[in-house]
Design a protein around this ligand. Structure first.
Ligand SMILES: Nc1ncnc2c1ncn2[C@@H]1O[C@H](COP(=O)(O)OP(=O)(O)OP(=O)(O)O)[C@@H](O)[C@H]1O
Ligand SMILES: [Mg+2]
Length: 505
């Protein structure tokens, strides 16, 4: 491959197989100094695998990498760091029991002359970095106390602290709201101006168009194209990703106004310092949206309703007050909650597909009188979810840790559907899901609602809330700032309530 002077990293005939299954197939392309290169492809296309090869976490089965035109061996992540390559991984790599600043400097600690850790300096630098990201995270907070978006920002800070010349970001924006994404983009533009090269993975085509100079498309482990973003539109990119051109509408038509029958009613839900007198109602068979900025209290509200957080206030189901003190109480009332934190509170990495899917609904699979699990029934249920969500896994026996991020999310969603809930709370349901799979999940949520299941969708993607919900509550600073219906469900009104500022985006 010809390498021009500008090329800082060349990927040369890289292939990768895992136990005989090929996930990257002869991928070659170059990345230029100071450019932002988008990397896009369906769930399981091989993006994270390629990135892990560049950052030394995996070794290619064949092919090699070159930095500045010279072949480079990157046997491990430490070497990658030394060569100036830093990674913001898709799945977080943070230690829950350590403070934010300790995580930011993990493996890269600043020491005093005596050899002791210079905690003061590490705190100061971390705090400056977090300020730059405009994140209200305190450096002494424990990771376990952070929301997913906050953890994401810590992961980003950790990589930025390395002052790398090649910064790789694997879906850094999945849980950030448009405001935080803007801040991140500002930082990426600054880095680019300083000559840093960035590889940016996202399923959001709009983001790729906004921030990237060029975009590389992978499909089934093969390189499909490398284009200047100026020369392709979102539809072109999507077409290359999925390899077909017939696209349906992303969102199914909105359901007619739902029945008035209220299924779930929450009144004056209060959690000290987080939620203040939040009241809302969820009707039978509706898709109810919850919008708001990160930190506005949406997840805390869902956790309170599900008994995962102690809160004051009243919850009524079908008009009757219920006591929900722990998650099992909620599940007993046929309530389900897909957490935004699939990695921390969701899937079990070491379990295979059926084990993950039937984790909560296991009773259904017990054989009468025998106390044994009907494996056949488990497998056939699994096969149905695999088919309806097109879950890409070499075998259902595969441990979840070996599935791509988007496919793990689909398994997690299947688990909750398998509980046959009456009330389904979905917190960032399409986190990490590719464009075409999103369509299937939206369609599915609509079918659930039509069949009478009440769905509450929390999402930081405005488009998703606007496209799906028939009513939308907007939260701000732990309170309900507004409830929108019909034509009022639009970007401007949602942002107005979310920020309290007119004309903001
Ligand atoms: N360690 C592993 N062992 C076996 N298979 C693996 C391993 N890591 C990844 N795979 C498989 O490789 C394929 C590509 O996965 P990868 O994580 O690269 O996809 P991706 O493009 O990042 O997808 P997503 O958008 O869902 O994150 C998947 O089918 C996945 O199951
Ligand atoms: Mg990935």
């Amino acid at each position: 491959m010809s390498v021009d002077r500008e090329t800082v990293l060349s990927i040369e005939h890289i292939s990768k197989s895992f136990s005989g299954v090929q996930v990257l197939d002869d991928v070659s392309f170059g990345i230029r100094r100071g450019e932002i290169m988008g990397l896009i492809g369906e769930n399981g296309a091989g993006k994270s695998t390629l990135i892990k090869i560049i950052s030394g976490i995996y070794q290619p089965t064949s092919g090699n990498l070159a930095l500045d035109g010279k072949e480079a061996a990157i046997p491990d992540y430490i070497t990658a760091k030394a060569l100036g390559v830093a990674l913001v991984p898709q799945e977080f790599n943070l230690i829950n029991s350590l403070a934010v600043f300790e995580n930011i400097f993990l493996g890269n600690e600043i020491r005093q002359r005596s050899g002791l850790l210079d905690k003061q300096k590490m705190r100061e630098r971390s705090s400056r970095q977090l300020e730059e990201l405009k994140m209200p995270v305190r450096v002494n907070q424990l990771i376990s106390d952070l929301s997913v978006a906050e953890k994401q920002m810590v992961e980003i800070s950790k990589a930025l602290m390395l002052r790398a010349r090649i910064l790789i970001m694997d879906e850094p924006t999945t849980t950030l709201t448009s405001r935080e994404v803007e801040t991140l983009f500002g930082i990426m533009r600054d880095l680019k101006a300083q000559g840093v090269t960035i590889i940016f993975v996202s399923h959001k085509l709009g983001e790729i168009k906004t921030i990237c100079d060029r975009v590389t498309v992978l499909r089934d482990g093969k390189l499909i194209s490398v284009d200047d973003v100026a020369s392709v539109n979102e539809e072109d990119i999507a077409r290359k990703m999925v390899g077909r051109s017939n696209f349906q509408q992303l969102f199914p038509p909105k359901l007619p106004r739902s029945e008035v029958e209220v299924v779930l009613e929450a009144e004056n839900i209060t959690v000290e310092g987080l939620l203040k007198n939040v009241s809302f109602s969820l009707r039978k068979g509706e898709v109810l949206g919850f919008a708001g900025l990160v930190g506005s209290g949406r997840t805390e509200l869902a956790e309170s309703v599900m008994g995962l957080r102690s809160a004051r206030g009243t919850i009524r189901l079908d008009g009757k007050p219920v006591s929900i003190k722990k998650a099992a109480d909620a599940v007993g009332h046929r309530m389900a909650y897909l957490s935004e934190d699939r990695q921390g509170k969701g899937i079990v990495q070491g379990f295979n597909l059926p084990q993950n899917i039937t984790l909560i609904s296991l009773k259904k699979y017990l054989q009468k009188g025998l106390g044994l699990i009907n494996k056949k029934a488990e497998l056939s249920a699994t096969a149905e979810y695999v088919a309806s969500f097109k879950i890409a896994a070499a075998s259902p026996k595969m441990q979840l840790r070996y599935l791509s991020g988007g496919n793990q999310q689909k398994v997690y969603l299947s688990r909750w559907l398998d509980t046959s809930p009456a009330v389904l709370i979905l917190d960032e349901p399409t986190r990490g899901i590719d464009v075409s799979a999103k369509q299937e999940i939206y369609e599915f949520i609509h079918q659930l609602a039509e069949s009478g299941i009440s769905c509450l969708v929390i999402s930081s993607e405005l488009e998703e809330i606007i496209g799906l919900a028939s009513r939308v509550y907007v939260m701000r600073e732990g309170k309900i700032a507004g409830c929108l219906e019909g034509d009022h469900i639009n970007k401007e009104e949602i942002m107005f309530h979310a920020t309290g500022i007119k004309g903001s985006n």
